[in-house]
Structures are given as C-alpha cells and as structure tokens.
Design a protein around this ligand. Structure first.
Ligand SMILES: *Cc1c(COP(=O)(O)O)cnc(C)c1O
Length: 390
C-alpha cells in the first residue's frame, strides 16, 4: 500500500496495554548495563540501585497520597490482587472466612476467589446494575461478622464504569472490614487518593500507564495484616521476597511522574475523543448501543454493541485496516465464551456477541478517531450482511 494514512497503524486498545513512553524508556536504560546493582547489596552498586528504587517508591506513594513504606512493588497487578486476597485470608482466617466482591471484577480477582472458595472461603459476588455499578447499600447488607475483606475494582477494564469506592470505603471503615480496590484502570489516569477512597489495599500496574510490563504495586495501609505470597529474602518489608526488578521499578516511577504532569490534559483529550467516537458511531451505525455508565466512566473508554455483527469478525476486519481494538478484555481474547462483565450487566446475547471496546490513549489524534468513524460503519454493514446468510 502506498497511502501513508493506510500504512500507519492505529492503536485503540490502551486498556489492554500502553506503549512505554520515550521518557520512561530513557529513564530505565542505565539500569540494565551500568547501574545494574542489587538493591539489597551494601556496596555502591547496590546503593545506587536502592536509591533509584526508593525514588520510584516515593513517586508512586505521592501519586495516591500514601507513605513510601506502604508501597510494595510486585510483578503485576495480577500478583498484587493474588497477594491481597490470599494474604488477608492467611492472616485473618482466625477472625472470619468471608470475602465480599462483585461479579465484574478482573479475572485475577475472580479466579483467585474461586481458588479460595475451593479451600473453604465463602465468597459473595455482588450483582451490579445495568450500567455496571455496584450499590454501596448492597455491600453494607452483605457484610457479616465473618467478613474479612471487601474487594471492588475502581473502574472496570471492559466497560469503563467507575465504582463508588469512597462510599464503599466508608462502609468498610464503619464495620471494621478492610477494603481493597483494583485501581489498574484509574491509577495515573484519574485522581486516586487512598485517604479519600478510604481503602486499605490498592493494586496498580505500570504497563497500563505508559510504563513497562511486568511491574506492579500493592498499597498496604500501615498496620494492614497480610501474609506474603512469596517467601525468601524478605525484600519489601517481608511482603514480597525476590530481587527487585530495578529497571522496571525505575520505569514505573518515571511513568507516574509523567502521569502526574499530564493527567488533566489527558482527561480533557480523552473525554473529547470519547464523545466524538460515541456520537460519530451512533449516528453512522443503525442499532448501536453504548455499554457501561454514561457519566461514571473512564475518560478514554468506549464500549459499544452492534447487534448481529460478530465482534471477532469486526476485529479482524479492523485489523486488516490497521486499526487495533478489542471485544473486551485482552484475557477473554484467548478464552472464548461471552464476557462475564456483559453477562453480569444482563445485556442481551446479541449485544454481547457484537461488542467492541475502543480505548484511545495519550497520543491518539482526532484524525485517527475520524478514520475509525469512517471505516467501522462499512465493516458493521459487511459483517451483518455476512451473518444474515448463517
Ligand atoms: C490489566 C488489568 C489487570 C492485570 O494487570 P497485570 O499487571 O497485567 O497483571 C488487573 N486488573 C485490571 C482492572 C486490569 O485492567
């Protein structure tokens, strides 16, 4: 192809992962071959690495209003979620065995809960409304004297719905039950302050905010009682043994500093692109529906259903045009079957099958959005026509 516009690919799947920002990459580079020390070593190489790690810890803590000592670096948000669920159970089993969560959590929470359930832990998965919001009153009603943890995500990765975490945090505090939130989709994208949300645990991941893959963090409020997942050298206050991923953590810190600087600008940009997408696609495609909440929603999340247009077919056609979107979560791309999130919203089956998630990012242009708005209606018509012969 000779047309430049057609040969340059368009990435609209930032909820799955983001590119590493060039500033982040530059910050990480020295920590591979030059400043390669083990932060646990007491010589100058070790100290240099340790300093860099502590700088990042300070930046991450400052972003959410936490103390540096409350930040535990992990390999991923998946690990953070596993750590908090399994670690609280291991620590508080004497007090109770009940965990409260919702039907639309990330698989790393729901599958960990299923694992714990086979081990005798009682799990309550609260229903959400048709926009994907959990009612704090339902949370309060479901608390029992045996409840040891409430885990509700801050924003959903598929449909973008933002949960009333501050209200849930207040209820947890009132009933003396620790509250965890998976804030992967909001950390670095929206203001997230642990004291305003009144949460005791919070998970985040660097690769969702222009940092490297394979680095995450768990915020553990001072005094939080939790057992580690990994035992060994007792790094991270004994909460996560293993030699630290120094370059990754440096990248995480750099990504957080960038996010802090550009957050407001990014919210404005992504909100504008989202509204443009929703309006453009709704006008151009007959029978199109927005999933998730119209207002309590991530600035950069568009999730729509086009009934009678198979999602996977739309994705393939878009990919051929050089446009990358998703049907929902990156995880459900490999494990087929309808999305547990859309199922929980009680969206009709034809809507689930024909759904598309479009998540622009910091570098997305209006031109790219307009290209999708011009290409997708043609694709939907084509896919719908194909399916009529089935
Ligand atoms: C991406 C994501 C995760 C998993 O993060 P990893 O660091 O890739 O393990 C967990 N929760 C939510 C909401 C996510 O979007």
């Amino acid at each position: 192809m000779t047309n430049v516009e057609h040969s340059s690919r368009i990435y609209l799947d930032h909820a799955a992962t983001t590119p590493v920002a060039s500033e982040v990459f530059r910050a990480m580079e020295p920590y591979f071959c030059t400043r390669f020390g083990n932060p646990s070593s007491s010589h100058s190489f070790g100290k240099e690495a340790k300093n860099a790690v502590e700088q990042s810890r300070g930046a991450v803590a400052a972003l959410i209003g936490a103390k540096p000592s409350e930040i535990v670096f992990t390999s991923s948000a998946t690990e953070s979620n596993n750590t908090v669920l399994k670690g609280v159970v291991a620590s508080l089993r004497g007090r109770g065995n009940h965990i409260l969560t919702t039907q639309i959590e990330h698989r790393s929470v729901l599958d960990t809960c299923a694992f714990l359930e086979r081990d005798g832990v009682k799990i309550t998965c609260l229903q959400v409304d048709s926009h994907g919001r959990v009612d704090p009153a339902d949370v309060q009603r479901a608390i029992t004297p045996k409840t040891i943890l409430i885990s509700v995500m801050h924003a959903n990765n598929e449909i973008g719905t933002i949960q009333p975490i501050a209200e849930i945090g207040r209820i947890g505090r009132e009933f003396g039950v620790p509250v965890h939130t998976d804030a992967v989709q909001t950390f670095g994208h929206l203001p997230v302050m642990v004291d305003e949300l009144e949460v005791d645990y919070l998970s985040a991941s660097a690769h969702k905010l222009y940092g490297p893959k394979g680095v995450g963090m768990l915020y553990v409020r001072s005094g939080g009682r939790i057992q580690p997942l990994l035992h060994g050298g007792a790094q991270e206050n004994g909460l996560r043994s293993a030699t630290l991923n120094v370059s990754g953590i440096v990248g995480f810190g750099a990504a957080v500093r960038l996010a802090r600087e550009s957050m407001l600008e990014e919210i404005v940009l992504l909100t504008r692109l989202r509204l443009r997408l929703i309006e453009g696609l709704s006008n151009a495609i007959k029978k199109s529906f927005l999933n998730g909440h119209p207002v309590h929603r991530l600035p950069g999340n568009v999730h729509m259903s086009f009934p009678n247009a198979e999602g996977e077919l739309m994705l393939r056609e878009l990919d051929e045009e050089g446009i990358a979107c998703s049907t929902g979560s990156a995880c459900s791309a490999s494990s087929s079957g309808p999305s547990h999130v859309l199922t929980a919203l009680r969206v009709p089956h034809s809507h689930i099958a024909g759904s598309l998630r479009i998540t622009p990012g910091r570098m997305t242009t209006e031109g790219e959005i307009d290209r999708l708005i011009s290409v997708l209606p043609v694709i939907v018509r084509k896919v719908r026509a194909l399916q009529e012969f089935d």
